[in-house]
Design a protein around this ligand. Structure first.
Ligand code: FAD
Ligand code: SF4
Length: 399
């Protein structure tokens, strides 16, 4: 087992807000560099030093088995399932499984604090990382802030607070850096509850996405790219708007996604103890991956609040992925009538359950591989993990 163990806890001066980060334009604003842990940035940053397999060993006692098809795609695991809360939390992103686990952990004294993301008073989509110490503060962090969020900026506060048992909720790039400095935090116990993440944006990028895609950008309170191949927007008045993926103005949106997300291969949050998303579950359900014993312990806490079913898989994604590669590359946008038609056909006969998740992973990994190859060729070999190379290798890519 390889342990990433820094000899002493060294500190460096946090970088000033807005200053250029060591990962330059690939920085995902994970927050590490806002703290004295910036000292470790060269080893810890997900975009400077890709080390998923080493950190998998450190966290789960083994790296993923590349010959096991589920581990190749979804990472180290003990169990996978679809689940939903029998009484969903109003205003949560899906049914609120993430918030419910965090609340249970706090109420039962398993942890003293929970790192999560609220929003600022002025802007519902501007992230505000906090260490929540009450259920109300956890609930105030429910729902996605679909923007890059500096979750790790509170790490200094964690150490100074003297907390010894902590739950961190976060996306893959934040968790990669967290795992790399975990030993320096002075904690007795760290639990990590992760969500998958893809195609994130800066706050300005989010505005452009909403303005390009929604009929009423300023009233959107929540959106998600769903398993029915549509983006679902929820507005302030409770109404829902759907836009087919194939109708997105790809030419205008090409530059919206953050360069960090265009070069990310950790869609499924490989280093969390437990992952809660939706991509491998039937429409309306959440998707759960238990990676290790800590993840199982967390899930057990809410089992009596959940309805569950086994994961399923239907359809064949490969032709659809292959066809979408040049279309995305050239920024082709279909007329809306054709996009709707294609959406309906694909929803009827297209990939479902785990096959939908594989469709989404394949589409993003091929796109990101091409992005890296064209823009950061010198980083390609070291930055793309072995599992992603195998996944991308199934497809014919344009030069
Ligand atoms: P809730 O109970 O509503 O809790 C949401 C939690 O997310 C809160 O605790 C909050 O602290 C945290 N959070 C909110 N915004 C951020 C942020 N920007 N960075 C880090 N943490 C944040 N799942 C998929 O299956 N496929 C995807 O492509 C996918 N993309 C995602 C992109 C982003 C930016 C995020 C944050 C999540 C994404 N997810 C994705 C996860 C999914 O949308 C839900 O967050 C997850 O299923 C949990 O739902 P819930 O109702 O249990 O969460
Ligand atoms: Fe620093 Fe995080 Fe940006 Fe890397 S991604 S440069 S660790 S803030």
């Amino acid at each position: 087992m390889t342990l990433i163990n820094f000899p002493n806890h060294k500190k460096a001066k946090a970088l000033k807000p807005g200053s250029r980060r060591p990962a330059k334009e690939l920085c995902s604003e994970c927050g590490l560099c806002d703290t004295y842990y910036v000292h470790y940035v060269k080893e810890a940053c997900a975009f400077i030093n890709q080390q998923i397999d080493k950190l998998e060993e450190q966290t789960h006692n083994r790296s993923r088995n590349l010959d096991n098809p589920n581990e190749l795609y979804f990472g180290v695991q003990q169990d996978m399932m679809a689940a939903r809360k029998t009484e969903p939390i109003p205003g949560a992103q899906w049914t609120g499984i993430v918030s419910s686990i965090a609340i249970e952990m706090l109420n039962r004294g398993i942890v003293e604090g929970v790192v999560c993301v609220q929003n600022t008073q002025e802007d519902r989509f501007q992230p505000l990382p906090v260490i929540a110490t009450t259920p109300e503060e956890i609930l105030a962090a429910r729902v996605n802030k679909p923007t890059l969020s500096p979750n790790l900026s509170i790490l200094e506060q964690v150490e100074k607070s003297g907390m010894k048992r902590l739950l961190v909720i976060g996306v893959g790039c934040q968790i990669q850096a967290l795992r790399a400095v975990e030993k320096q935090l002075g904690l007795e116990k760290l639990y990590v509850l992760g969500t998958p993440c893809v195609d994130n944006v800066t706050r300005a990028g989010l505005q452009k996405f909403l303005e390009t895609t929604s009929r009423s950008p300023n009233t959107v309170v929540h959106y998600e790219f769903m398993q029915d191949f549509r983006v679902h927007f929820k507005h302030e008045d409770g109404s829902t708007e759907t836009v087919p993926f194939f109708g997105l103005k790809t030419n205008k949106l090409k530059d919206v996604f953050a360069p960090s997300c265009m070069s990310c291969f950790d869609y499924v949050n490989s280093l969390a103890d437990l992952v809660v998303g939706y991509m491998g579950a039937p429409f309306g359900w959440q998707w759960i991956v238990v990676r290790n014993d800590l993840g199982r312990e967390m899930l057990e806490l809410v089992k009596d609040q959940l309805e569950t079913q086994p994961v399923m898989s239907k359809g064949d994604r490969k032709a659809a992925v292959q066809q979408s590669i040049p279309a995305y590359d050239k920024g082709v946008t279909l007329p809306m009538w054709a996009a709707k038609l294609m959406g309906v056909v694909i929803e009827k006969i297209g990939p479902k359950g785990l096959e939908y998740a594989r469709f989404s992973i394949d589409s993003h990994f091929t796109r990101n591989y091409l992005y890296m190859k064209r823009n950061y060729a010198e980083k390609l070999e070291a930055h793309v993990p072995e599992f992603a190379k195998r996944i991308v290798g199934q497809y014919k890519l344009p030069e």
